[in-house]
Design a protein around this ligand. Structure first.
Ligand code: ZN
Length: 268
């Protein structure tokens, strides 16, 4: 009996039940919450030939005693604004967006800031040589990686953001190389999703989309048009990527959030 009391006493000094509550950790003032999603409105960026965000004000009625009732409708393509690409988007046996489990939508987040290297060049393509320093730096644990090309600053200027060529309608903005996609799916363990602050994982000039194909065949999801216009720590954040749960969706609008410690670790 005495032994039990001593043992309990030992444990209670080390683990206080209140310290284990997630709420006590998240809301103690030591974390920043970042909203990494662009708003959906008439300026939202969609791929050419996709139905853009069509928002209809349906009802807005004032009643007696200052009461109010309002409701709207919207129509839009799945792949516009800040959105998720489900594996099924480029891989027929892959999961629909509504099937993605929470275990892979709420995971540690690594931000790779290559914006100073890109330096506004719409023809920049990211290769492995740029990133050798971070090989497997997630220690094999599940995580999502978001690449920051520094493109969110152009989001309000569609022509500039997509790099639309007036003569032939082709697009030009930076993106990932196939080599990076292979590296992430073969030698970089347990990455569940990859995001970019441009309109596509593949560079704008791509016509065959090898990065989409490689990542999605390996079961990863994509995140495009991520809003990265403020500094988000490269390590230590938790990514919360919750797309609209469209049952058979190939993708969908995404409210992406990062929760990051104010005392940022320098490593995963
Ligand atoms: Zn997409």
């Amino acid at each position: 009996m005495l032994f039990h009391v001593v043992l309990f006493g030992l444990f209670s000094t080390y683990v206080h039940a209140d310290d284990c509550k997630l709420n006590n950790v998240l809301f103690n003032g030591n974390y920043d919450f970042f909203d990494l999603a662009h708003e959906f409105d008439k300026h939202t960026i969609y791929w050419p030939n996709v139905t853009a965000f069509d928002f209809t004000k349906k009802i807005g009625i004032s009643g007696e005693n200052n009461t109010w009732y309002a409701a709207n409708e919207f129509e839009a393509g799945e792949h516009g604004g800040t959105h998720m690409d489900a594996p099924y988007h480029f891989y027929k046996p892959g999961k629909f967006v509504g099937e993605l489990p929470l275990e892979s939508l709420i995971v540690p987040l690594i931000i790779v800031d290559i914006s100073s290297r890109v330096n506004g060049d719409p023809n920049f393509v990211l290769y492995k040589q740029h990133l050798d320093y971070m090989l497997n730096n997630n220690d094999g644990k599940p995580c999502m990686i978001i690449f920051k090309f520094g493109w969110s600053q152009f989001y309000t200027d569609r022509k500039k953001y997509l790099g639309v060529n007036e003569r032939d309608g082709t697009l030009n903005f930076p993106g990932l190389s196939q080599e990076i996609a292979e590296w992430i799916t073969t030698s970089y363990k347990n990455v569940v999703g990859v995001g970019v602050d441009v309109a596509s994982l593949d560079p704008g000039s791509s016509t065959v989309f090898p990065v989409h194909q490689q990542l999605m065949a390996a079961g990863l999801f994509g995140m495009e048009n991520v809003k990265l216009d403020t500094h988000v720590p490269e390590y230590g954040c938790t990514g919360i990527a919750l797309p609209m749960k469209i049952a058979k969706g190939t993708g969908g609008p995404l409210r992406l959030v990062a929760i990051c410690p104010k005392q940022t670790p320098t490593k995963f």
